[in-house]
Design a protein around this ligand. Structure first.
Ligand code: SAM
Ligand code: DTB
Ligand code: SF4
Length: 316
């Protein structure tokens, strides 16, 4: 079966409604057509400016609206960021993603420092990614000129569900930043989160919006909510791991060339479930002890998991 964008609502929902094995069979076929079937990209994450964010994203421990374990910190200096990147590279990561808890980029010394971080990481031969909130076209161009490969900016959920998760910005703000990034010739890393009280249709609609971006995102992180104490979503029940596998398989079918990344929430999955998700089309993981402010799966057990499944880290 070949599906081509733009996708209609029902097409995506019909994929969701397939029996799990049929869905996985289809995803696996797409995966093998477009990717080496034994390679997994290892990406490392570092929060370069933690906490104190003016946005009110209900899932996020870094929002200043909620009392969580995260204390606002000063921006990291370039030396320590490059040191962390070097260590990550030594451990096998090929992509380094730096996050700042900003609503939007503002011109000035902090942005200049991010540009320097990008230049430094790029000079080490790693793929560079940043996630800094909203930005305009000229800021995107400056990031591109510094050597940025990818910009992460998630849609997080469906347009319909968005307003119950975030009130301080709109879905269209999000889409506009994505367009600005695209115009500057930077690749797009854009995905979402499941487990925030959304319906199945919301999940399908989020994937449909992602897959109908033209061109499609090169990288699609699929996060399961990490329910953090103090956030409005702290009491959300954990997502059914098979739902995560289903999302990965659908993302693989709808966005055949994208790297689909098994992202937040991986530490709560068994290794068998993670391997199942990789079989279904996930070919990238966040790797290293920490996501931004919460723990990630252990690096040593990730290596063992890949080895036991006959998978190899992608060369980059
Ligand atoms: N401030 C920037 C922004 O919102 O785009 C960048 C950093 S923000 C932490 C990056 C992404 O992390 C969010 O869009 C969201 O998808 C994900 N994220 C944040 N907290 C999370 C949580 N508790 N569980 C799962 N994903 C989360
Ligand atoms: C993405 O989709 N997930 C990453 C990355 N992009 C920046 C962030 C996950 C954050 C999880 C909560 C935390 O550690 O603060
Ligand atoms: Fe701020 Fe990003 Fe967290 Fe939202 S997700 S509160 S924008 S750091």
């Amino acid at each position: 079966m070949t599906l081509l964008p733009p996708f209609e609502r029902d097409q995506v929902r019909s994929l969701y409604d397939l029996a799990l094995f049929s869905l996985i069979d289809d995803a696996r076929a797409v995966h093998r057509r477009h990717h080496a079937d034994n390679e997994v990209q290892l990406c490392s994450l570092l929060s370069v400016k933690t906490g104190g964010c003016p946005e009110d994203c209900s899932y996020c421990p870094q929002s200043k609206h909620y009392e969580t374990h995260v204390e606002p910190e000063k921006m990291l200096d370039i030396g320590s960021v490059l040191e962390t990147a070097r260590r990550a590279k030594g451990l096998g990561s090929t992509r380094f993603c730096m996050g700042a808890a900003w609503r939007e980029v503002k011109e000035g010394p902090a942005f200049e420092r991010v540009l320097d971080m990008i230049r430094g990481v790029k000079a080490m031969g790693m793929e560079t990614c940043v996630t800094l909130g909203m930005l305009n076209e000229s800021q995107a161009q400056r990031l591109k000129d510094a050597g940025l490969d990818a910009y992460n900016h998630n849609l997080d959920t469906s347009r319909e569900h968005y307003g119950s998760i975030i009130k301080t910005r709109s879905y269209d703000d999000r889409l506009e930043t994505i367009q600005n990034v695209r115009k500057a010739g930077i690749t797009i890393c854009c995905g979402g989160i499941i487990g925030m009280g959304e319906s199945i249709d919301d999940r399908c609609e989020m994937l449909r919006t992602l897959a109908n971006l033209a061109p499609q995102p090169e990288s699609v992180p699929i996060n399961a909510l990490v329910a953090v104490r103090g956030t409005p979503l702290e009491h959300m029940p954990p997502v059914d791991p098979l739902e995560l596998v289903r999302m990965v398989a659908m993302a693989r079918i709808l966005m055949p060339r994208a790297r689909v990344r098994l992202s937040a929430g991986r530490a709560q999955l068994t290794r068998e479930c993670q391997i199942f998700a990789m079989y279904a089309g996930a070919n990238s993981i966040f790797y290293g002890e920490q996501l931004l402010t919460t723990p990630n799966a252990e690096a040593a057990s990730d290596h063992a998991m890949l080895r036991d499944a006959g998978l190899v880290p992608a060369a980059g």
